[in-house]
Design a protein around this ligand. Structure first.
Ligand SMILES: Nc1ncnc2c1ncn2[C@@H]1O[C@H](COP(=O)(O)OP(=O)(O)OP(=O)(O)O)[C@@H](O)[C@H]1O
Length: 257
């Protein structure tokens, strides 16, 4: 069964068509990676899913309900988001930032105190992203990778079943790239993630959607979508795809323009 269904989505700015009649399904409890070159429309598609921008045409359904019909608190219980560009100078502690993920469940800042359960969830997710010792630090004093992990903890604290991630591995070292993607996989959520690193996409995604020029070029299992032809024609690199036991690795040889 599909969790998210997108039907004929089109978004333009002036005469520039950025998303061009996109029709795709995101399977329930699957990790779907959206791949495509710079400027292909990945973030613009995600922004329409998390309702920051409105399509000119087409509809998006979550569990067969049009996302337009959810109020923002209800939507926040259903879908958590980690956007690509994050404000990084919040004047709050790390713990407070993660507690913001609990906002859909309470009027925390209205009543002035989070519930005990919220504090436990905050600590649980800070621990999960390896930052439990930073709870009382000011967010703006953290490194880029630490900030990214705090913002992921905030998104997970929303306890939604659907999470939308735009380049979640931004700023993360290779160890944390793998750790965070492994954590996300194990949570068993419906994950929709724009992802640039095709080796990570190959390893962690259940399904891939390939976008170019605002159009869906292909969908399917990573090994079926990410081919040497796609690497050459869409991503402009000569590369070999090497099978090594259960692992498939993209071995870049050269790029051309
Ligand atoms: N507000 C805007 N005004 C003008 N052009 C825009 C606007 N938003 C996006 N675009 C253009 O639409 C295209 C798609 O942008 P988008 O950010 O969705 O690409 P992307 O696939 O996420 O790229 P990247 O891999 O570089 O993050 C780009 O050419 C971008 O310049």
């Amino acid at each position: 069964m599909n969790k998210v269904r997108i039907n004929d989505l089109t978004f333009s700015i002036g005469s520039k068509v950025i998303c061009d009649g996109i029709t795709v399904n995101f399977k329930r409890d699957s990790f779907t990676g959206i791949i495509g070159p710079n400027g292909s429309g990945k973030s613009t598609l995600l922004k329409q899913i998390y309702r920051v921008i409105e399509p000119n045409q087409g509809k998006i359904f979550i569990d067969d309900c049009n996302i337009r019909d959810f109020d923002s608190k209800k939507l926040a219980k259903i879908m958590a988001v980690l956007p690509q560009e994050n404000q990084s100078d919040f004047d709050y502690t790390v713990g407070d930032i993660v507690l913001m993920g609990r906002f859909p469940y309470h009027s925390i800042f209205g009543s002035g105190c989070p519930h005990e359960e919220d504090n436990l969830i905050m600590k649980e997710y800070l621990d999960l992203v390896g930052l439990k010792d930073r709870e009382h630090r000011f967010f703006k004093t953290l490194s880029g990778g630490e900030k990214q992990r705090v913002l992921l903890a905030r998104a997970l604290a929303q306890k939604s079943n659907l999470i939308v991630l735009d380049e979640v591995t931004n700023h993360l070292d290779i160890g944390y790239q793998y750790k965070i993607l492994e954590i996300l996989r194990k949570l068993g959520l419906t994950i929709i993630a724009a992802i640039h690193d095709l080796n990570l996409a190959m390893k962690f995604c259940d399904e891939i959607i390939l976008i170019d020029g605002g159009k869906v070029i292909d969908t399917g299992k990573p090994r079926d979508v990410i081919t040497e032809t796609v690497l050459r024609d869409i991503f402009r690199v000569n590369a070999r795809i090497v099978e090594d036991g259960d692992t498939t690795v993209i071995d870049y040889i050269s790029s051309y323009y």
